[in-house]
Write a protein that binds this ligand. Structure first.
Ligand code: AMP
Ligand code: MG
Length: 412
């Protein structure tokens, strides 16, 4: 049996980044930029006020003090969006709003809270009393302070965040090139499966894996296409698996174990190529991988948690590689085990755990029964505790390695 790392490598060797496509910026969130984005203008495009207040000449206020305010004539009232034409001369001020351009002659803004209307409420034609001094440049936002025309503001390879969307909008880019989302087909197999809006009859269960897998595809940055249920029958399984070349990846669940009706592996060897079908891990050793008509195919086990963990370890990195992401694997954390854990030798275990901040680090405890049929303990988990193949008893207090499921990548 191959190790998890060997299996992951063998998958990634088969995966290539998809082409980039011009995309509306609101659909780029979380995707990877395929071009440098250069600003067409200075941002801010002009010197402007950071405050609602009065644009002044700082020198005029040199002698101002709380008890001895300087009185300035108000010569203009400048709203945001209008370019002022009246110059501020000595002994003068212009009422100005946040974001409005600084008028010629002025070199600072005094915020309105530090002023008192003189005559005519400090409006144009009236006066304003100012009892504070300000340095030249106070409360000004300079042209080009955020970026300059010609600057590379966003670089190819970065993951688009909401702030990046805002910057692209500020640079007038409604569309940019990002790597395509992988189109991932999700296939369920099993005579026992019914659709989720049905009440399962005798011996039947709901096709829940189809939905958990589709959700994992979306969370990984792919586009999920649920193709429905194939009965445990070669012809039917072949018909649905033959659709793999319509997609970038196909994932199936069920039918890969040693059961009498497990036909997925046989069908894969008939219509495609099998790379591996068993990985030394728990839960879910019968992880199957190959290609059908060149499309990577993952035959995941049917037990809900084996399926979820298999996706996490093998399919998610593949989707991310296709999508142009640099970080293919989840961040990891070391944590102190809160209790003893027993396991069998010979296989790597991935146990459902919950990390809790503890001092400078974390502690981790299991979230309940680790039966691969149970999804509730998976739902409570925020990590997979990765335990090495050899050991059988890991005592409480041991520092263990955890795969964090609560964050995608980056600084921890
Ligand atoms: P299999 O891998 O086909 O032997 O299935 C293993 C277990 O997973 C069985 O108990 C199945 O009923 C269950 N199972 C298989 N497919 C699904 C599915 N799509 N949703 C939920 N459970 C499933
Ligand atoms: Mg089955």
């Amino acid at each position: 049996m191959i190790t998890v790392e060997e299996a992951q490598q063998s998958v990634l060797d088969r995966i290539e980044r998809l082409p980039a496509e011009p995309t509306d910026i609101l659909d780029t969130l979380g995707r990877v930029l395929a071009e440098d984005v250069v600003s067409d203008i200075d941002i801010a495009p002009f010197d402007n006020s950071a405050m609602d207040g009065y644009a002044v000449r700082a020198a005029d206020l040199a002698d101002a003090a709380a008890g001895h305010p300087v009185v300035l004539d108000v010569v203009d009232h400048i709203a945001a969006g209008v370019f002022p034409t009246v110059e501020v001369g000595a002994g003068q001020a212009s009422r100005i709003m946040t974001g409005a351009p600084i008028p010629a002659g002025a070199d600072a803004v005094v915020k309105v809270e530090d002023t008192r209307p003189g005559t005519a409420d400090g409006g144009t034609g009236g006066t304003v009393e100012i009892g504070v001094t300000v340095p030249a440049g106070a409360n000004l936002r300079r042209r080009g302070e955020d970026c300059r025309a010609g600057d590379v503001v966003l670089s190819a390879g970065e993951v688009i965040t909401p702030a990046a969307v805002g910057l692209m909008a500020a640079m007038g880019r409604s569309r940019v090139a990002v790597y395509r989302r992988p189109r991932v087909a999700v296939v369920s197999t099993g005579d026992e499966l019914v659709e989720i809006d049905e009440l399962p009859g005798p011996g039947k269960i709901r096709n829940s894996n189809s939905y958990s897998l589709a959700a994992q595809v979306i969370a990984a940055g792919g586009e999920a296409h649920r193709l429905g249920i194939a009965k445990d029958d070669e012809a039917e399984t072949r018909a649905i698996l033959s659709r793999a070349p319509e997609f970038d990846i196909m994932v199936s669940t069920g039918g890969v174990s040693m059961g009498d009706f497990d036909v997925v592996k046989d069908v894969l060897t008939q219509i495609g190529e099998l790379d591996f079908w068993k990985v030394a891990m728990r839960p879910g050793a019968p992880q199957t991988f190959g290609t059908i008509g060149g499309t990577p195919f993952f035959g995941l086990p049917g037990n809900p948690t084996s399926c979820t963990v298999g996706f996490e370890l093998f399919v998610r990195p593949a989707i991310r590689k296709m999508a142009g992401q640099g970080a293919l694997f989840r961040p990891r954390a070391s944590a102190v085990l809160e209790h003893d854990v027993k396991k069998k030798s010979g296989r790597r275990y991935f146990l459902r755990g919950r990390l809790t901040p503890q001092g400078d680090g974390y502690s981790v405890g299991l979230t309940g029964s680790q039966s691969s049929a149970l999804l509730t303990s998976m739902h409570r988990a925020n990590c997979l505790v990765s335990l090495p193949a050899g050991e059988t008893l890991i005592p409480g207090g041991t520092v263990v390695d955890c795969i964090r499921l609560d964050i995608e990548e980056g600084v921890q």
